[in-house]
Ligand binder design. Structure first.
Ligand code: HEM
Length: 194
């Protein structure tokens, strides 16, 4: 019974953690792109994003991570023999990368607050795909365990995920280009009229 409780809250923790990780980097994108706005909008937006990022990181993302890990420890202490299974070793490798990503997001947040972040909006969009890959791999390992499928269906799903990630990147690029063209057209109108 305890095992099921730990597993239920392990999954709840994962949902909260990932909601935080996904939204955090999206806020970083808005934060970086606010640099292109004229004053005073730029300062107001940057200050607002900074507050939102800090609250999201402290109140949602980090507690989500703590619940996930604490419940995982609960699962392992209830059934320690799981520790000998190879799927868990692979899973722990990806979880370690995810924890490093979480920590790196915290560092990026501090750099943004000090105006020292060198990432562009486009690079941050690409970075925001990393937890998606991590999520897919870790959940597949947790569900299929040592019987992870390697057949055509599995590769099809993998290909679809890559296709979706690339499409999102290309669409974001197109939207940015369209916006720049529109801004250029708008700035030309008063000159033509005068
Ligand atoms: C601190 C690192 C973690 C450890 C030690 C750990 C360990 C475990 C264990 C022992 C189970 C129970 C397996 C079972 O009884 O079937 C489990 C379930 C699960 N874990 Fe984790 N986990 C960790 C982090 C994560 C993360 C980060 C995710 C998601 C990204 C995740 C996703 C899942 C899922 C979806 C299940 C349910 C699998 C099922 O019932 O079929 N885990 N985890």
């Amino acid at each position: 019974m305890a095992y099921s409780w730990f597993k239920a809250f392990h999954i709840i923790g994962i949902v909260v953690w990932f909601a935080g990780l996904f939204y955090l980097v999206r806020l970083f994108i808005y934060h970086v792109e606010a640099e292109q706005e004229p004053e005073p909008a730029r300062t107001i937006l940057k200050n607002q994003y900074q507050i939102m990022e800090l609250r999201l990181y402290r109140i949602i993302t980090t507690p989500g991570m703590i619940v996930t890990v604490a419940m995982a420890i609960g699962l392992l202490s209830t059934e320690p023999e799981v520790l000998k299974q190879s799927w868990l070793h692979f899973k722990l490798l990806f979880v370690a990368i995810l924890l490093a990503y979480h920590h790196y997001c915290g560092r990026l947040m501090k750099k943004l607050a000090k105006d020292e972040c060198r990432w562009s909006g486009q690079q941050l969009r690409a970075l925001n795909e990393a937890p998606t890959v991590m999520l897919v791999v870790i959940v597949l390992l947790a569900v299929f365990k040592n019987n992870l499928p390697t057949d055509i269906t599995a590769w099809g799903i993998f290909g679809l995920i890559i296709f979706m990630a690339v499409t999102i990147q290309l669409y974001a690029k197109k939207r940015k280009r369209d916006k720049e063209q529109l801004m250029a057209q708008i700035s030309q109108v008063p000159q033509e009229q005068s």
